[in-house]
Design a protein around this ligand. Structure first.
Ligand code: ADP
Ligand code: MG
Length: 518
């Protein structure tokens, strides 16, 4: 691999006359270079140092990419695509970047050495990616909640993460706890039933219920309510504006307004309590002190929640958010659970055994903010991997699925230049196993050849270097992660290969319009 050229980090304006394909592809290579050695469970870690000189060790593609601040515009595009991949499937970002750099390297060779027009190369890549995805889909195997493959998928997905084994236990436990309760429209949607929070002073926990990173609104409120009758209050409870009070400097008027405030507050609190509610989850960011004091006097348990938490809480307790005073008259507004309490040690609020859908909260610990953030992200990755696997099926991991697509891809025998695109995609598919093996200290190329010549699902054991069936070894990846990584890689490489000139923004006004339109 060529070493990154420092020229690529220069501001784009200086590069206007620089060969764009060369400059842009070098930028991609430079980014790929920083993450490629992290691929797979034997990948190396990176030491990240931020502006405040805080150190943090990471093995996570996205974390590393996001920490690259001084960045070429094309490299920034990779970071964005990696981020999107992370959000959509939560995994496979390094895979996508490694494949993209391989596609660009091969695509560039076609353009530079063989004189193929970039448009043809781009079309070819497009085609190649589509065919490869179809072949992968055919090879995928479906799994269900009880299958051991589900555990293997999670373990594989977290194997390259800090503390992956412990984290995978958390994920498996929570997935099996919510189980089929998480099926919506025939698909698993764990976003609706698994909440993941991070906290530095608490040990890793899977809590069967909802945990809120909140305290009670007032220390005088009860610590715990058994069999709470829960109301989600979306009413506006904010205090009367103080400035407004000051403008009215007539004592009498102020007194009137204060009385009015008291009456209104009492009325609201009384109407709320008349419904039978003894636990309030309040979205209003500010609550009038008068209301708060009345709630304390009535022994109500109240805490603030964010609007994003409403959905979870409503699904878990069956409480229907009260938006207007009139809603208080509706039937079925209250929700139920076995208990709600604030734990003084953890400083968190716990709700147990809600009467609605099952929800689990995973609390992820960490000694520093960065570690807990990375562990938190890993757990979410594991949950996403499970969801993808249950919904769309699984394929052999360790780059084996990719290797065995190549032959089928090449046997398609497309016409002329389209075949060329297939070759570009084929090299990208091959690069994954090669990189995983190189990172594990093997001669990647040699092993890849042997695996390629073997039966489907055969890959290389990264501990012994022997050929093994990845399904028997339990090294498995969700199909969806592979599809998304391939598509992302195709997208990145197509954009890079298609650009023939980089123009800095300030030049656009002077540049002839025809140049821009081209
Ligand atoms: P990404 O950001 O692309 O997810 P990772 O560092 O998580 O990168 O590596 C993922 C790759 O590592 C997948 O191809 C997966 O199959 C492979 N992998 C995970 N565990 C093993 C293993 N024990 N042996 C071989 N390959 C593995
Ligand atoms: Mg991964």
């Amino acid at each position: 691999m060529s070493s990154p050229n420092h020229g690529v980090w220069r501001p784009i304006a200086e590069n206007v006359e620089f060969n764009a394909l060369e400059s842009n592809s070098q930028a991609v290579m430079a980014v790929a270079e920083t993450v490629r050695t992290t691929l797979g469970p034997k990948g190396l870690d990176k030491l990240l140092i931020d502006q405040a000189m805080n150190r943090h060790v990471s093995n996570d593609g996205v974390t590393i990419l996001l920490s690259l601040k001084a960045i070429h515009p094309v490299a920034r595009m990779i970071v964005e695509i990696a981020e999107r991949q992370e959000q959509l499937v939560g995994d496979g970002t390094t895979t996508a970047v490694v494949m993209a750099s391989e596609m660009i390297k091969e695509g560039k060779r076609l353009i530079k050495e063989l004189g193929v027009h970039p448009t043809k190369v781009v079309e070819g890549i497009d085609n190649g990616v589509k065919h490869a995805c179809k072949i992968l889909e055919k090879d995928a195997k479906t799994i269900s909640l009880e299958d051991k493959e589900l555990e293997q998928i999670i373990k594989t997905s977290l194997s390259s993460k800090l503390d992956g084994i412990n984290l995978s236990e958390l994920v498996i436990k929570s997935i099996r706890t919510v189980g089929n309760n998480s099926v919506y429209n025939n698909l698993f949607d764990f976003d609706k039933s698994i909440k993941v929070i991070r906290k530095t002073n608490v040990s890793d926990t899977v809590f069967n219920g909802i945990v809120l990173e909140r305290k009670r609104m007032d220390q005088e409120m009860p610590m715990r309510i058994l069999k709470p009758k829960i109301m989600i209050v979306k009413l506006d409870l904010k205090p009367v504006k103080e400035s407004w009070l000051k403008e009215n400097n007539r004592y009498e008027e102020i007194l009137n307004m204060e009385n009015d405030r008291l009456l209104k507050s009492k009325k609201i609190v009384n109407e709320i309590i008349a419904t039978g509610a003894n636990t309030l989850l309040i979205t209003s960011p500010e609550v009038d002190e008068v209301i708060e004091n009345l709630l304390v006097a009535k022994n109500i348990f109240a805490t603030r929640i964010s609007s994003e938490e409403i959905e979870f809480l409503s699904r878990y307790t069956t409480a229907k958010p009260v938006r207007m005073i009139e809603d208080l008259k509706n039937a079925d507004i209250l929700g139920y659970a076995d208990s709600i309490y604030e734990d003084e040690d953890t400083g968190l609020i716990y709700i147990e055994n809600g009467s609605g859908k099952n929800i689990v909260t995973i609390i992820v610990s960490g000694t520093t903010k960065e570690t807990s953030l990375e562990r938190w992200r890993s757990v979410i990755d594991g949950v996403n991997a499970s969801e993808a696997a249950l919904n769309r099926g699984i394929v052999a991991g360790g780059g084996a699925a990719e290797i065995h697509v190549i032959e089928k891809l090449k046997s398609l025998r497309l016409k002329g230049l389209e075949q060329v695109g297939l070759d570009v995609v084929a090299s990208a598919l091959e690069s994954i196993m090669r990189q995983i093996l190189t990172n594990a200290g093997f001669n990647g190329l040699e092993k890849v050849m042997a695996a390629k010549a073997s039966k489907p699902n055969i890959g290389v054991d990264i501990d012994t270097g022997d050929l093994v069936n990845m399904f028997e070894k339990g090294i498995l990846d969700p199909l969806l992660v592979k599809l998304m990584a391939l598509e992302a890689a195709g997208e990145i490489s197509k954009s890079v290969l298609r650009i023939d000139r980089n123009l800095a923004a300030e030049d656009l006004s002077q540049q002839s319009l025809s140049e821009i339109k081209r």
